[in-house]
Write a protein that binds this ligand. Sequence first.
Ligand code: DP6
Length: 350
Amino acid sequence: MYSVSVTAPVNIATLKYWGKRDSVLNLPTNSSISVTLSQDDLKTTTTVSCSDSESYSVDQLYLNGKLESLESLRSQKCLGELRKYRSEMEAKDGSLPRISEWPLRIVSVNNFPTAAGLASSAAGYAAMVYGIARLYRLPLDRSELSKIARQGSGSACRSLYGGFVAWEMGSKKDGTDSRAVQIADVGHWPGIRAAILVVSASKKEVPSTGGMQLTVGSSDLFEYRVKNVVPPRYKEMEQSIIKKNFEKFAELTMRDSNSFHAVCLDSYPPIFYMNDTSKRIVKLINELNKSQGRNVAAYTFDAGPNAVIYYEEKDEHLVLGVLNEFFGHLPGWDKKRSINYSLPDRFPID
Ligand code: DP6
């Protein structure tokens, strides 16, 4: 038996991926940018093993202790590509054990709510692809692996890197140039912090894949976003990261979250990911920024009501202080890490 354990972090997009131009290869309609969160807080830990013993009769995936299907096209594509690379290596070098033919067992554990709009599929597919690549000793760099992880879940390609990461949409039909690249590593801007406000830990009402297909097929605003909004914003956001300009970075992050939720609302029928609590969080952050005469914090929401708040370490006292003032009395609130696992859907902010 061969076995390896790896971890992969969660990434939260600040310029959102929303829309596929090819749903089989999982190619996006726009490039996106994300920040990879620290693995101390949110991560997937995956142990991958393979064996020719009888107890390994078929490929198996255990997610948080539960046996899950590996039958989906996305999982099959990831496993298929990784196996193909390994069997090519085995064909070239006869001394290598032919483990590409052995069934795989993938045991994955998230330390955060699965499918609650907290990018669990991103960390999950990134860990699975990275783990199998390590098990098979594939000589592929992270960018190559990101192309495989992308086929599992688009956002997963960005979790192959730490720090500030871009997913370049690429233009080739076969997707060979649609991959993640690192804009800057975490050491470039070490003062950036993220607080996660878990408004609801239940499963997404509209999964991302179906949601984006509905938006692509029905929103009038969508084309405008993809053609006119995202391309200049991508360049501006990249520059704001390179220059460590938090004021700009925060503005672009909040604008892009708004734009993404606007195209969701413009879909037919509309998709609502943010709830009343999410809207109150937006209001609170805007009030806080206004009171300081500068952006000290930026909110962003993915395909769910949970908020991620970015801020700089120098403003931690202020930002966490305000968040604690409004949410600190609620049960489950962790003052130190500002992660609240039981924020109710309604609370008085205004
Ligand atoms: C709103 O990566 O989950 O979080 O490729 O269909 O698996 P699939 O979608 P997924 O979508 C993530 C959407 C988002 C924005 C983002 O992470 O860029």
